[in-house]
Design a protein around this ligand. Structure first.
Ligand code: SF4
Ligand code: SF4
Length: 372
């Protein structure tokens, strides 16, 4: 479907809202892609590559478009046609998560010195602070959980919880064990979403195939996710299945851990903060089950989240335009003002907010709030 320039997507683009620059918004990107399809030589390749870099990959515009125009996919296509050093770095970072992420300092070593100017600093800071910063102190006691006895589940913990913030994975495992679920070892790879958005479609497809195979080998059990973005990445798998019926089984199997926890009973401990800010990740589309769980556990301590602001992580954009990511991030913190504890359900948002938190603010995945 072609863009009809209706402008509906403009209301939701956090990059446009933070900068006020329409040339950075989704409509301009859809228009640019159409222009390139018509006459590829009309635009300078360098300008195209630069514009293709300027998208947070939040996918909000895609959800809003009445024409079904997928601007992030168009941007990924442009990125694939115009790869540069930043793309290489980002791809290396995602594909070698197992070796590189546990020691974020390695990222700096990867980057030749002449490419280490100030502009990479926020990105490297986000990586190095992923494990640091004042974490959330547990303040929720678990009184009862649903019983999954007799059911086998696979936990898709995602790269951050697998290699860096292992306590998130451990918390999810403990909760599933307490539900008496038969927990299979996580044999998954990265969901592939970051690679896909950066224009590395074939690499993302390989991850996708490996993940579907791991699920098939385990007997197609329920796949429990703890990161909203990983969940979105998995839910968007459109190929790699034997047939439509198997694709349906996969969609049915994907379960955010918050959906299971909604049936539990909890009690706040004495140290529970009076106010807890919730950052709604951009990839939490539709029914935000994380928020439903948190609202039921925290009640009035959880102010209604703004939900419109992006954390500004931006993936590969962080490498090309950290200053624009910062502008987006500032708005996000304005929307969270007054909360000394901020929780979210996306690994990338947690990394970005941890790295940029104002003095004294604790940031973490909401799984950290459970006293397990
Ligand atoms: S991308 Fe979709 S929502 Fe945005 S201007 Fe075009 S048709 Fe409208
Ligand atoms: S994916 Fe997000 S940042 Fe990129 S154009 Fe769409 S709404 Fe804007």
């Amino acid at each position: 479907m072609d863009c009809i320039l209706c402008g509906k997507c403009l209301e939701v683009c956090p990059l446009l809202r933070a900068t006020g620059r329409e040339e950075l918004g989704p409509r301009a990107k859809a228009d640019l892609s159409a222009l390139l399809r018509g006459d590829a030589v009309a635009l300078d390749a360098e300008d195209v590559a630069r514009l293709a870099g300027l998208c947070l990959g939040c996918r909000r515009c895609r959800e809003k478009c009445p024409q079904g125009v997928d601007v992030p996919a168009l941007v990924a296509g442009l990125r694939a046609e115009h790869p540069d050093f930043r793309a290489w770095l980002w791809k290396t970072w995602l594909k070698r998560a197992r070796e590189l992420w546990p020691s974020s300092g390695m990222a700096a070593k990867l980057i030749p010195e002449k490419f280490q100017p100030e502009r990479l600093a926020p990105f490297l800071k986000a990586l190095s602070l992923l494990r640091g910063g004042p974490h959330v102190r547990p303040f929720v006691a678990v009184e009862a959980l649903p019983d999954l006895r007799g059911e086998t589940v696979l936990l898709f913990s995602g790269c951050t919880a697998r290699y860096v913030r292992k306590e998130w994975r451990r918390a999810a495992e403990k909760l599933l064990e307490a539900m008496n679920a038969g927990l299979h070892k996580d044999k998954f790879e990265c969901c592939g979403m970051g690679l896909e958005s950066a224009g590395f479609g074939p690499d993302a497809a390989r991850m996708r195939e490996k993940n579907i195979r791991a699920w098939r080998r385990a007997g197609k059990p329920r796949v429990v996710t703890l990161c909203v973005s990983c969940h979105k990445g998995l839910a968007d798998y459109a190929d790699g299945f034997e047939d439509a019926a198997e694709a349906g089984e996969w969609a049915e199997a994907l379960t955010p851990i918050s959906a299971l926890l909604l049936d539990g009973r909890y009690m706040l401990t004495e140290n529970a903060p009076a106010r807890v800010g919730y950052h709604r990740p951009c990839h939490a589309t539709g029914n935000d089950l994380d928020h439903a769980l948190l609202a039921s556990v925290l009640g009035e301590r959880l102010p209604t989240p703004d939900g419109r602001e992006c954390c500004g992580f931006g993936g590969i954009m962080q490498l090309g335009a950290p200053e624009l990511c910062s502008q987006v991030n500032e708005r996000c913190w304005q929307s969270l003002a007054g909360s000394e504890t901020v929780i979210t359900g996306c690994s990338a948002c947690a990394a970005q907010l941890t790295a940029t938190a104002p003095e004294g603010v604790r940031v973490g995945h909401w799984l950290e709030m459970f006293d397990l």
